[in-house]
Design a protein. Structure first.
Length: 406
């Protein structure tokens, strides 16, 4: 196999019976693992029931995660979870119960993502696994159900776009800001259904926790998948191909970025929104609930109290992260500041558990999407930022000025 072919092509070759195909071709591939989340697991159960499916390709390679509605807000959701749990037990799948954490974070902790393998998830942010140079794809209920039976799926071979990050940003610039900056600088058509290979000196200095943020939000760019060149993953190097498929992005002196309501591409620099009043801050989601994220938040809260006009929720990404934060006293500072800790999981991100915003609420969140109604109320306004900016905002009751950051 040639060393200079795009990584997505290499993985497709290794997991199919084809070694000659072009961009845009449809190829049937073998699946290494499938994981399902409670937001649509009941739909998969309904398909199995409707069509009387019995066969499972490999029960050891199917996992159910109950993360979207850890604290269910109504009987309908509770009943769906109950139905899904019975289904998961019946087929003898791996089960991760409510409170254990977010599927993508647990998939990392449990080493489900493996280099050169293909992983499917019933959630769009399954692309998170790209930091381990596996092809991790989010799919809908019908495709997931079929793959559970056959151990295979189809893929339309994506074009590869190489992105090189150059120069050094402002010291308060985080990996979340990189994705927001790219969303501001380029339209989604630039990345639509592409396989992104991202590299650069700044990228290689990032921790796994920081890279999770980038890989998680690649779907917000409209991309199919992502592979990241990093210091700890040199065995499976990404390659720079034809120059017409290369893109260099300078982050020289770029400051923190914020997405305004009601779309994640509506991005401006921090200075454009400094002073904007916020009354609800959510720090969590699969994009920013890591130990590194919450450690930084805790250190800010250690010196400052939550503003009396702000409702602040902090949700760790997994039980492991939660316990590690407790062991290192970081949870203590978060609680003492006045923030509310919720059980590990998706938290308020998608509006299937509290706190649901009130009409007119201005929310600053570290999640990945901010369209109308995302958190359960279309009459609220959601801004998106890094945990650093969210933590300062929670303490000030407004978005900070850059000279207020430490």
């Amino acid at each position: 196999m040639k060393n200079n072919i795009p990584l997505v092509n290499k993985i497709i070759i290794l997991n199919s019976n084809k070694n000659n195909f072009n961009t845009g071709d449809f190829v049937t591939v073998n699946i290494n693992h499938i994981y399902i989340q409670d937001g649509n697991s009941h739909k998969i159960y309904n398909l199995f029931k409707k069509y009387k499916f019995k066969k499972i390709f490999n029960k050891k390679k199917i996992s159910f995660f109950f993360d979207h509605s850890v604290l269910s807000i109504n009987n309908k959701i509770s009943s769906q979870i109950k139905k899904s749990l019975i289904f998961a037990k019946k087929i003898k799948a791996n089960i991760f119960y409510r409170g254990e954490g977010i599927s993508h974070i647990l998939a990392i902790e449990k080493k489900i993502f493996k280099p050169n393998k293909i992983i499917l998830g019933s959630d769009s942010h399954t692309c998170t696994g790209g930091i381990f140079n596996c092809l991790s794809l989010g799919m809908g209920a019908s495709d997931i159900a079929l793959s559970m039976i056959t151990g295979k799926t189809w893929i339309k071979v994506p074009e590869t776009l190489n992105i090189k990050i150059i120069d050094k940003p402002n010291k308060f610039f985080r990996s979340k800001d990189l994705i927001l900056y790219i969303l501001k600088k380029y339209n989604i058509e630039t990345f639509l259904y592409k396989s992104i290979e991202i590299s650069g000196k700044w990228i290689k200095k990032l921790s796994t926790d920081s890279l999770i943020t980038i890989s998680s939000m690649i779907v917000e760019l409209g991309a199919k998948c992502i592979f990241i060149s990093q210091k700890n993953n040199e065995k499976n190097k990404i390659s720079i191909n034809n120059s017409k498929h290369n893109l260099s992005i300078s982050i020289k002196n770029i400051i923190p970025q914020i997405a305004k309501p009601h779309y994640h591409t509506n991005v401006v620099s921090l200075t454009k929104l400094s002073g904007q009043k916020i009354n609800y801050v959510f720090i969590g989601s699969c994009t920013n609930s890591s130990f590194e994220d919450l450690k930084e938040v805790s250190n800010i809260f250690k010196k400052n109290k939550i503003n009396k006009n702000v409702h602040c929720i902090v949700t760790p990404g997994s039980k492991y992260i939660y316990l590690k934060l407790i062991k290192n006293n970081y949870i203590k500072y978060i609680i003492e500041s006045g923030a509310i800790i919720t059980p590990p999981g998706c938290g308020p991100c998608i509006g299937t558990q509290g706190t649901i915003p009130a009409n007119g609420d201005n929310i600053l969140s570290t999640m990945n999407r901010n369209f109308k109604g995302r958190m359960g109320n279309p009459k609220s306004n959601i801004y998106i930022s890094s945990p650093l900016i969210a933590a300062y905002t929670a303490c000030l009751g407004r978005i900070p000025y850059i000279n207020e950051l430490e």
